[in-house]
Design a protein around this ligand. Structure first.
Ligand code: SF4
Length: 225
């Protein structure tokens, strides 16, 4: 019998700390690019600093002195110079291709063009584009982050395909059909599955004995990916 993802998400959401989600596409893109391989707390601290010292605005980023950007980038992990270049590229795309208003440009674009525009930004591939569409309120499009995807595979909600991209596509299709057009449920599912993958259903040594989904889960054998 197929696992009921509505029950899964409801159980996990009860354990997920409430955080305020970003909902502006430029902010979501900057969030992705603010650091490299850093945890959420460090990412949030750097993002707050960027907001205070530079501003979450393409014009302000374009005008910011290099030294100010580099000083923040150096606290965000490897390759700070690359990060500064990416921030400049983000600002340039918004100014040159969206007349400074990314949210407005996306709202006026048909879905395919919207995704093409999003994928022009650094570090924005298919999953990030899905996430931005969903959390910016641009459409009820499912998205799942790598930790959440691992949870779905272990639960038996979707099968692991030959590539990450194919597994992701299958999982998104399943979430999409369960959500039935409800963006709020898709956002809750994204956040709750990700949190579960980071805390209990970790890549190695999942904490199955402490897991509220133990009785629902088809977790044997546990796969690492
Ligand atoms: S029972 Fe174990 S493998 Fe299944 S979802 Fe929970 S932690 Fe993950």
């Amino acid at each position: 019998m197929a696992i009921d993802l509505k029950i899964v998400v409801r159980k996990l959401a009860q354990l997920t700390p409430v955080r305020e989600d970003l909902s502006d596409p430029l902010e979501l893109i900057l969030w992705e690019n603010i650091g490299y391989l850093i945890d959420d707390d460090r990412r949030a601290a750097l993002f707050a600093e960027f907001k205070k010292s530079v501003g979450l605005d393409a014009g302000k980023i374009a005008d910011a002195p290099n030294a100010v950007l580099l000083e923040i980038a150096e606290r965000g992990g490897m390759n700070p110079q690359t990060r500064v270049k990416r921030w400049r590229d983000i600002a340039r795309i918004v100014l040159e291709e969206c007349s400074g208003d990314l949210a407005g440009a996306l709202r006026q674009s048909p879905p395919k063009k919207m995704r093409t525009l999003l994928k022009k930004f650094p570090a924005i591939g298919e999953p990030s584009a899905d996430r931005i569409v969903l959390f910016s309120g641009l459409g009820p499009h499912a998205s799942v982050e790598s930790n959440g995807l691992r949870v779905l595979v272990r639960l038996g909600a979707c099968t692991e395909e030959k590539s990450y991209a194919a597994t992701y596509k299958a999982a998104v299709g399943i979430l999409q059909s369960v959500a039935n057009g409800k963006s709020d449920w898709l956002k809750t599912a994204y956040t709750a599955l990700r949190e579960h993958g980071k805390t209990l259903c970790k890549r190695s040594k999942p904490q199955c004995l402490a897991c509220p989904l133990d009785k629902l889960c088809a977790h044997a054998p546990v796969k690492n990916f």
